[in-house]
Ligand binder design. Sequence first.
Ligand SMILES: C[S@@+](CC[C@H](N)C(=O)[O-])C[C@H]1O[C@@H](n2cnc3c(N)ncnc32)[C@H](O)[C@@H]1O
Length: 233
Amino acid sequence: MNQDHQPEIWINPPSQLIHSIVKVDASYSPWLGDLDFQNTYQKIKGHTLVDIYRCYELWSLAKQTASVEGAILEVGVWRGGTGAILAQSVKEIPSKTVYLADTFSGVVKAGENDPKYQGGEHADTSLSVVRELLHSLDINNASILQGIFPEDTAENIPGKISLLHSDVDVYQSSKDIVEWCLPRLSTGGLIVFDDYGFSGCEGVTTYCEELRQNPDFHFIHNLNGHAIFIKMK
Ligand SMILES: C[S@@+](CC[C@H](N)C(=O)[O-])C[C@H]1O[C@@H](n2cnc3c(N)ncnc32)[C@H](O)[C@@H]1O
């Protein structure tokens, strides 16, 4: 720590993304007092790579966009943990379908923006793993799409999108998914990126920095590793 109580900064080199150790001092923890969330989280936590802070934020954001027109879409499901959180959070809203899209054979489209990825990561899952998790939670409002999104499976989604959760780890998939979603995203709708700012997921952070130039969105950098874009018009 330096005298301003700011963490030391490592710049590597200046033209690239800057990282430091981020320490958060706020301690209010509403996820501990939300029994519905806790009941779900305890059942899915072995099926997700996403920490409780981001899981609770997805739970909360999905509920907040309940009245925004359109379906919820998650691309990057792996073993179904965050997808189940999203579906369970809006279970009581009959009109809200949740689409869960994954190759179920791992990450695709890794490229020069993704120094830690080669393709094929997170292949240790299957469609039936996710189907069984949803069944165990009595979730009936979710539809699983197997294949590369958007090329293979987007045609199965009619109408608008109210919330996109993009958790695909790399630059080109993030970009292709968002470009498919942009004309379908309702005003007031959200795009939530996982892995924003994580060391190793530079491709996602780089793409979010590009999307920040889009004047139709307000942007929130949540220090938990979510980038949140709110469509304003
Ligand atoms: C980090 S995992 C998702 C983690 C998950 N959300 C959780 O709750 O732990 C990333 C997933 O994205 C999937 N994926 C990456 N690019 C994709 C694409 N373009 N279309 C479909 N799935 C993709 C991979 O197969 C992998 O399962």
